[in-house]
Design a protein around this ligand. Sequence first.
Ligand SMILES: N[C@@H](CCC(=O)N[C@@H](CS)C(=O)NCC(=O)O)C(=O)O
Length: 227
Amino acid sequence: MGEVKLLATPQSSPCARIEWALKMKGVEYKYMKQSLLNKSHLLLQSNPVYKKVPVLLHNGLPIAESLVILEYIDETWKQNPLLPQDPYDRANARFWARFFDEKCAVGMWKAGVAQGEGKAGAIESALESLALLDKQIEGKRYFGGEEIGYMDIVAGGIPYWLNVLEQVGDMELMTPQRFPHLHRWSLNLMQTSPVKDCLPPRDSVVNYFRLGFKKARSMSSANNNKS
Ligand SMILES: N[C@@H](CCC(=O)N[C@@H](CS)C(=O)NCC(=O)O)C(=O)O
């Protein structure tokens, strides 16, 4: 198995993905909690390009970016496969994982941060992406079928983090009427190990988003003042 270390922040949903995957595989690891306000030398050295968590260190070798780390974990520890076995299904899972990060997660974040006249449009755009995701889970218990897998881990921030994002961002995106399939999946996932056993305290996520929103809003008003 070798030495496995995870550089992570408990309030980050990309970091939670890696914890869930390691737990599903039964891989023991050392959690090395990182401050994002005062980044450690180890984090900067391990992920010099993006300087972000999560980073997995396997026998001292760093792997960054949560989707890349998930694939590395799946290829290194073969038990309890995360990605589907069929190449077409694997390609599809990768497609939707990228869609989730590039459209859904970015859209939900922007909708939360937006204020004033831009807010309605940002919410609309996030809802469009979530509607596409809702269709993907129709008639299935999990994205991969009967068992929790790669795409459930990737989208696993929805049940917990989205609810906090809605509170802090003063909006409501996820309702059973709008997204019946995603809503049912969210309830299932929150009852499923390792997700249900490995979630940060809600208050800490509220504070994390408040700080993130403050930073994003001040950056956007600084950019507006420049132009
Ligand atoms: N695409 C990256 C995103 C990781 C990410 O956004 N990490 C955030 C915490 S949730 C971070 O480290 N932020 C620090 C910064 O932006 O300086 C992944 O999936 O790993």
